[in-house]
Write a protein that binds this ligand. Structure first.
Ligand SMILES: NC(=O)c1ccc[n+]([C@@H]2O[C@H](COP(=O)([O-])OP(=O)(O)OC[C@H]3O[C@@H](n4cnc5c(N)ncnc54)[C@H](OP(=O)(O)O)[C@@H]3O)[C@@H](O)[C@H]2O)c1
Length: 294
């Protein structure tokens, strides 16, 4: 017997299965359900209760943790199920507006939706450094924080149900674009026979320097410029950097490589330059991001 809160996990993909294992390991009575049957066997062996329908899964616990492909999956799974009094915590990815719609739908069903964006892959769930962004009604979240902390740190970011996903996607944007840039760079030096291990340490050092928390740190000073709306460019103006991105695209072309991603970067810099920011600094690019091309 345990006095830990009961949890239902809906969705037993890579993420949901690891979440259910993590709740079990933390001593929570755990009920699981997945659209396609047969994905709960190892969880049942570890002590979970697998049920045949979403209605049984929802009936088993007040706290329903959802990890599916997107929010449409939640609607598909829970359509017609009595959700009265349930707290749905959805850690699936989708757009902020779909999260807001999901929140309104849950309220109409007599339930409360807490939205979340989880910032680790399956092996990281429940490990040190794991965290998720949560948004929605704070008092409801706080009533279940002790349970949700089994998955990692609970970072509450605000009442608007779309906020957790805005934070999540803003982070994924940095992860995807930074790593894809690394792939382009590895291919570029690799085209001349340079091994990736010969090049990687330079990138590692650069990433640390970019993130330096000191007063001269790049990220910190660029953030301050954006906040002030002033983009000093005396030392390295944007026009020079826009021309530099053309050289990068040319280098990739000469090496017979794809130019999609650096080409898009070059087009963005060129538009910022053409809009009159050429003598300002790199951070002036945010002006073009805020004003999409017609
Ligand atoms: N994997 C990661 O590293 C990671 C990290 C952070 C966040 N996420 C997010 O976490 C969520 C789950 O990711 P995952 O890696 O676990 O994906 P996954 O392994 O592909 O699992 C997807 C799950 O969604 C279910 N599903 C899909 N469409 C459905 C529908 N219409 N109705 C009912 N169930 C449906 C699938 O059920 P069936 O088995 O029946 O197909 C399965 O349980 C995604 O939103 C993803 O973006 C993933």
């Amino acid at each position: 017997m345990t006095n830990r809160e009961a949890v239902t996990v809906i969705g037993l993909g890579a993420m949901g299965a690891k979440m259910a294992h993590t709740f079990l390991a933390a001593g929570h009575p755990t009920t699981v359900w997945n659209r396609t049957p047969g994905r709960g066997a190892t969880l049942v062996a570890a002590g979970a209760t697998e049920v045949a329908t979403a209605a049984e899964a929802v009936a088993a616990s007040t706290l329903i943790v959802i990890s599916q492909l997107d929010y449409a999956a939640m609607n598909d799974s829970l359509q017609g199920v009595d959700l009265t009094g349930r707290v749905l915590v959805n850690l699936s990815s989708d757009s902020p507006d779909r999260l807001r719609q999901g929140s309104r739908w849950a309220t109409e069903q007599g339930a409360t939706l807490i939205t979340a964006g989880i910032m680790v892959p399956p092996p990281g769930i429940g490990e040190p450094g794991s965290y998720s962004f949560f948004s929605g009604p704070q008092d409801v979240l706080e009533a279940h924080t002790g349970t949700l902390e089994a998955l990692g740190r609970v970072d509450y970011v605000g009442t608007d149900p779309g906020l957790s996903m805005l934070y999540y996607q803003a982070m994924l944007n940095v992860i995807w674009s930074t790593l894809t840039s690394f792939f382009y760079s590895a291919a570029l030096v690799g085209s001349a026979g340079v091994g990736i291990e010969q090049f990687r340490p330079y990138v590692a050092t650069l990433l640390v320097e970019l993130a330096d928390e000191g007063p001269m740190g790049f990220l910190r000073s660029l953030a301050a410029e954006i906040e002030a709306g002033k983009y000093p460019g005396e030392l390295n103006n944007l026009h020079m950097q826009a021309v530099g991105t053309e050289h990068l695209v040319q280098a990739l072309t000469e090496a017979g490589l794809d130019t999609t991603f650096p080409g898009a970067l070059s087009a963005l810099f060129a538009r910022t330059d053409a809009d009159g920011h050429g003598q300002e600094g790199l951070s002036s690019v945010i002006e073009s991001i805020r004003k999409p091309a017609a």
